[in-house]
Design a protein around this ligand. Structure first.
Ligand code: SF4
Ligand code: SF4
Length: 427
């Protein structure tokens, strides 16, 4: 039987739009806009001023707390100034505007030949690497858990519909990913390393299995099911360990990272390259020519959309359609965590209607965290926060399965997100 978790759903994967398209490099145009926050945690502190000359890889903003990350220029050129621009949530944050000189001169760090565990973690910190699957948690912090780690688990599931960037990375850069995994394993002093890949990607499983055999990395074929790439779901599928409620993967001796993050670690250690560019999928029927792209950070989404051409679309999303963020407009820019840009047409979107609950329990039966979304929503409608709390909305991973299966099209995830926010405020 294929490794998997309980419940979940089987949405149409729509990966056929880009899965056979090799990466193309998208050139930055005359300006890039580097946000001072591209991670979970405190915004970074700008180190440059108007008129400064920078190279691709120059440190332009420094991490400002324990959970924060360094930020580097993605092009060479001159700092033109600072601009308050919208991020993917529509909030205005500071961006460093850099005029591109199109020379792409680089400022790299020294290559580390045989680094110690501590040297790897320090390099990851200096390079500003964050979880590139979309979580954007600073990776160096994840590599210093309180408990000893036995299992490093690499997420190659890519269970969100449309997105194929991790899949293409496994086909096009497998050796580099493997070197990154071995560096992460060494940093954590973990005994075992696994990479989990859904079985709708047989070519990736074959490629990684052939190359991992003598490297001590266990390639696990996972059942194709959403949210197979969820941290807790992946840990259970591969190790059968259950992360305790409110706990972290390290509580059961695991750390989960993503294939794109492993690749970034390889580049930082073996090439000395900071994290200022990434691979992403641009897809959906609203894009005239969907593609997998290698992009530098700081390129406005509207620029990408206009280069690839658009058709009439009704929704734009950064990330996947299940857990991604619906964009209010295309003003936001490419960042470390932006794994995809989707422009979706009317036929690809399911609008929430909020009809009356028919108590069918489908939302409960699909929930990978075994929650009762209909009860949370029902008590939210009645403004009864104490009753809401009893149904444990804080354990919700916001995967969207419940809303997806609900025949009444009730916006369950939005309701649960609001419940979490109100409970946090009350605390
Ligand atoms: S309640 Fe949360 S975890 Fe459960 S299906 Fe809905 S979004 Fe996913
Ligand atoms: S799936 Fe929708 S209609 Fe069915 S119980 Fe859940 S909230 Fe109610």
């Amino acid at each position: 039987m294929k490794a998997t978790f309980r419940f979940g759903i089987h949405p149409k994967d729509r990966k056929e739009l880009t899965k056979d398209l090799p990466f193309e490099t998208m050139e930055a145009s005359d300006k890039v806009y580097i946000p001072v926050r591209q991670h979970i945690g405190a915004p970074s502190k700008p180190l440059v001023k108007k008129g400064d000359k920078v190279k691709a890889g120059s440190l332009v903003a420094q991490a400002s707390g324990f959970v924060s990350a360094n930020i580097h220029s993605s092009v060479s050129g001159e700092v033109e100034g600072f601009e308050m621009r919208e991020d993917i949530s529509g909030k205005k944050i500071e961006h460093i505007v850099i005029k591109n000189d199109f020379n792409y001169e680089e400022e790299n760090m020294p290559i580390l030949q045989d680094p110690s565990s501590e040297e790897i973690i320090e390099r990851i910190k200096q390079a500003g690497i964050v979880g590139m699957g979309g979580a954007t948690f600073p990776t160096h912090v994840k590599l210093m858990p309180k408990n000893p780690v036995t299992h490093l688990i690499i997420n190659g599931a890519e269970c969100e519909p449309y997105i194929t960037a991790d899949y293409r990375l496994m086909l096009e850069k497998p050796q580099e990913i493997i070197e990154g995994i071995l560096l992460l394993k060494k940093a954590l002093k973990a005994n075992k390393a696994h990479i989990g890949i859904e079985d709708n990607k047989p070519q990736a499983i074959e490629t990684m299995t052939a190359l991992c055999q003598d490297k001590g990395i266990n390639v696990v074929s996972l059942k194709t099911k959403y949210p197979q790439g969820g941290e807790k779901q992946l840990i259970y599928a591969i190790t059968k360990k259950v992360v305790p409620k409110g706990g972290l993967p390290a509580d059961v001796g695991c750390v989960v990272s993503n294939v794109a993050t492993a690749f970034a670690v390889y580049e930082a250690v073996k090439k000395g390259k900071p994290s200022y560019a990434r691979f992403m999928t641009v897809s959906g029927k609203g894009i005239a020519a969907p593609k997998n792209l290698y992009v530098r950070n700081g390129i406005p989404f509207e620029e990408i959309a206009s280069k690839l051409g658009t058709k009439e679309f009704v929704k734009a999303v950064c990330g996947g359609p299940m857990m991604g963020i619906a964009l209010p407009n295309l003003n936001a820019v490419t960042t470390k965590g932006a794994s995809a840009l989707l422009l979706l047409t009317e036929e690809e979107v399911r609008h929430a209607e909020g009809l009356t609950c028919i108590n069918c329990a489908r939302c409960h039966k699909s929930c990978p965290m075994n929650l009762m979304p209909m009860m949370i929503d029902s008590y939210m409608q009645k403004n009864n926060l104490d009753a809401v709390k009893a149904y444990d909305p804080d354990s919700c991973i916001e995967c969207g399965c419940c809303g997806y299966v609900c025949p009444a099209k009730i916006p369950l995830v939005q309701s649960i997100r609001l419940a979490k926010k109100l409970l946090k405020e009350r605390k």
